[in-house]
Design a protein around this ligand. Sequence first.
Ligand SMILES: [Cu+2]
Length: 160
Amino acid sequence: MTIKVFALALGYAMLLPALASADCSSVSAGDLTISKAWSRVTIGTQRPAVFYVEIRNNGGSDDRLMGIETPIAGMPMLHQTVIQDGVAAMPHAEAVEVPAGKTVALAPGGYHGMLMELSTALSEGETFPVTLIFEKAGAVEIEAQVLPMRAQEAQCDAAS
Ligand SMILES: [Cu+2]
């Protein structure tokens, strides 16, 4: 019980209002460049939030995204969207391959982060940190923007 309450307080503390039209932050770790991290507004905390991001591998060797962590969710997971016989299912993904020289996206309709057990609702304009854990590049933290319910892609300034 004490842990739950602490997690709740931490969740609120980690939610910061974003600057108006903030450009998408980009983070580099080894050969990887991580950018365009975003999520959507949630109604309350009963249903999971989504997490989307783009990962560029500029190097000569493959890497793998093994998992994600965030202070705002008790159980963040990697999911894959699969359409089977016209029905969409979201099996748990053990890892997401990030091949050498390629850009991989967690995006609507494909791989995505599913943030279960939210400790706080997500409101438009806020940001929250997500740590991506790679097999080779290690742990990399990025700020995710909370976008409106209808958003289908990251909202970045034209310069990006
Ligand atoms: Cu999912």
